[in-house]
Design a protein around this ligand. Structure first.
Ligand code: NAD
Ligand code: ZN
Length: 378
């Protein structure tokens, strides 16, 4: 059946309000407008940022919304003015756009495109406009993507075309977690060969950061997590040591300093906790240590003693691992196809969209690395 130009009715997991289970609903997805692409989502990962919006951020204007921002799918139809995509293209929706025209896109120093939801709706975490309705109400597209839906509509500046041979139920992880962690190490920290690194938090983002440190040639990678079950996985991705802060009654930064004769060269915070961000900074070597904030929170302030920076440490943050999204994602898909980066090892559970609440609860209790939901058949 040709659906181009028509409203599609399909299943989506709607977050009607914060702190409540998602509800599988029939929603209406409008046809793509100028420069837009309608995508059939095949698979999506569940990332902690989805949980953040639902349980922590809970911005009142950010609901109802369809969550999900780590998906992969197939172009169903395109709106006027789209020449880069055609129906059947395999794509990854991008929560950070790359328009190639704004002052940010033109600068090699950043991936923060000026267009897209992130430009002016950071707190709400969605575009004001949406192509979704349900029961007569507008439903927001979380991070512009909304991959917990059988169909979504995206501006073409936020869609990456990928190798048609790539398995969508694996490469979906490159839509967020794996690019974020890997890029945090490689692009943002710029880890050097022979260096010593510490990664705090070993979800998919942190494990991808471990993989990035190894890829960049780090000789020692200390994985830090309060969940001892993460130790084994960390080794799979290249960690040489595992430290559980709960095993010590002194600050973890002291423990790491003792282990490394003064501190690590690079530390990466992949938890989203301001106290851990401070610990990660204080775990760095004075003189040259670089600490990268990867974990997401917009709720709390962090603090540190200025002497930490005066003594020569650098504190940085990263969005999507510093990758310019449209350029970076297809390159990472290629790297996966050439077996230069791992993806399969992140996936601990496979479920369907109907089981999304189970997947959310599993992540909440630390029972998974990534759950991949199959969203629609292709
Ligand atoms: P996750 O929940 O799977 O992993 C978090 C890990 O941190 C868990 O293993 C948990 O046991 C560990 N942890 C909790 N408290 C800790 C502590 N005090 N010390 C050490 N470890 C601790 O989450 P994820 O999907 O891997 O995401 C990680 C973070 O990255 C989240 O904050 C998420 O919102 C953020 N994120 C940021 C970006 C970005 O662009 N900057 C993109 C994606 C995700
Ligand atoms: Zn994410």
């Amino acid at each position: 059946m040709d659906t181009a130009g028509k409203v599609i009715k399909c299943k989506a997991a709607v977050a009607w309000e914060p702190n409540k289970p998602l509800v599988i609903e029939d929603i209406e997805v409008a046809p793509p407008q100028a420069n837009e692409v309608r995508i059939k989502i095949v698979a999506t990962g569940v990332c902690h940022t989805d949980l953040y919006h639902l349980f922590e951020g809970m911005h009142k204007d950010g609901f109802p919304a369809v969550l999900g921002h780590e998906g992969a799918g197939i172009v169903e139809s395109v709106g006027p003015g789209v020449s880069e995509f055609q129906p059947g293209d395999r794509v990854i929706p991008l929560f950070i756009s790359q328009c190639r025209e704004c002052r940010f896109c033109k600068s090699p120093k950043t991936n923060q495109c000026e267009k897209g939801w992130a430009a002016d709706h950071y707190d709400v975490m969605a575009l004001a406009d949406s192509r979704f309705t349900c029961k007569g109400k507008k439903v927001l597209q979380f991070m512009g993507t909304s991959t917990f839906s059988e169909y979504t509509v995206m501006n073409q500046i936020a869609v990456a075309k990928i190798d048609p041979a790539a398995p969508l139920d694996k490469v979906c992880l490159l839509g967020c977690g794996v690019c974020t962690g890997f890029g945090a190490a490689v692009n943002t920290a710029k880890v050097e060969p022979g260096s010593t690194c510490a990664v705090f938090g070993l979800g998919a983002v942190g494990l991808a950061a471990v993989m990035g440190c190894k890829f960049a040639g780090a000789k020692r990678i200390i994985a830090v997590d309060t969940n001892p079950e993460k130790a084994e996985k960390a080794r799979v991705f290249g960690a040489t040591d595992f430290v559980n802060p709960k095993d010590y009654n002194r600050p973890i930064s002291k423990v790491l300093a003792e282990m490394t004769n003064g501190g690590v060269d690079y530390s990466l915070e992949c938890v989203g906790n301001v106290d851990v961000m401070r610990s990660a900074l204080e775990s760095c070597m004075k003189g040259w240590g670089v600490s990268v904030v990867v974990g997401w929170t917009d709720k709390h302030d962090f603090s540190a003693r200025p002497i930490q920076l005066i003594a020569g440490r650098t504190w940085k943050g990263t969005l999507f691992g510093g990758f310019k999204s449209k350029d970076g994602v297809p390159q990472m898909v290629k790297a996966y196809m050439e077996r230069k980066v791992k993806l399969d090892e992140f996936i601990t559970h496979n479920m369907t969209l109907a089981q999304v609440n189970e997947a959310v609860e599993l992540m909440k209790r630390g029972g998974c690395i990534r759950t991949v939901l199959s969203v629609s058949r292709h």
